[in-house]
Design a protein around this ligand. Structure first.
Ligand SMILES: [Zn+2]
Length: 275
């Protein structure tokens, strides 16, 4: 099930929401970014890795949402990292005894809830704030932290391989989803797009957290598409965006868009900002 997208970089796609797990070969073993969602898929990934003689030496979660924080026991006990802000957010959200049950009931779609192993959910170590590179023995990986979509979200640039791992941005299937708790979620998103754009020239392959893998041409095209969506949302206009149109990959995406419009309208009313 592992598919190479560049030298020493492979992906494993989940049936759930076209989630992409990323495997990066290092000198002593592999780094695993956002391992996946359903238990049987991650077990398959663990088997593929052990069959090819690879040990997982580190993990990384791009952001503090449940579908990026899973880890089945079969992958071993490697250190799992995230940005400091990501780890703090996870600790906060999982701090009470009922947190996992709440996630299972409210966030995980009922059709897969029984297949998502929550035992090791969110056991990540925060890297010191401003850490610019992945602490591991493998190709250099730049950590680009921003605040779009979720606190402490990181995109990763695997520099020597020309691969940009975007987390939940730059998807051809999902529209940009705002962090509803951020003070200025649209500006955070636009700032994150500018940050990613600053390294776009170094990326030949784009791996979104959900959706299709893109080539170099897709990096700029998807940055532009996300920015255009964000501007349409800000101006409360109708986005001209295939991800919410009749040919959308996910038919529930138009509902997400409507909710985002309503959230912004409510916030503007509350803050007294003119329309
Ligand atoms: Zn996600």
């Amino acid at each position: 099930m592992l598919r190479p997208v560049a030298e020493g970089v492979l992906i494993h796609e989940s049936e759930f929401c076209q989630s992409n797990a990323v495997v990066v070969h290092g000198r002593a073993g592999v780094l695993l970014i956002d391992p996946g969602v359903q238990g049987h898929e991650m077990a398959c990934l663990a088997n593929d890795l052990s069959d090819s003689g690879q040990t997982v030496v580190a993990g990384f979660s791009t952001h503090p949402h449940w579908d990026h924080l899973l880890w089945p026991a079969g992958l071993g006990a490697a250190p799992r990292y995230g940005t400091a802000r990501c780890a703090d957010t996870v600790r906060d959200r999982l701090s009470d005894a009922g947190a996992k049950a709440r996630i299972a009931e409210q966030l995980i779609p009922p059709d897969i809830a029984g297949q998502v192993p929550l035992d090791l959910l969110g056991l990540i170590t925060g890297l010191p704030a401003e850490t610019a590179r992945m602490p591991w023995d493998g190709p250099q990986i730049r950590i680009l932290e921003h605040q779009a979509h979720a606190p402490g979200h990181a995109a990763l640039l695997i520099e020597e391989r020309g691969v940009l791992v975007a987390g939940d941005m730059l998807s051809d299937a999902l529209i940009p989803m705002l962090d509803p708790n951020a003070a200025d979620s649209i500006e955070d998103y636009l700032a994150a797009l500018r940050l990613i754009e600053s390294v776009a020239g170094d990326a030949d392959v784009l791996v979104p957290g959900h959706g299709s893998i893109g080539g170099a041409d897709q990096v700029h095209a998807r940055i532009d598409q996300d920015r255009a969506y964000m501007q349409a949302l800000r101006d409360a206009g109708a986005p001209d965006d295939p991800r919410v149109g009749p040919s959308a990959t996910f038919d529930w995406m138009s509902g997400v868009h409507e909710r985002q419009l309503q959230q912004l309208a409510r916030r503007r009313e509350r803050d007294g900002t003119p329309g």
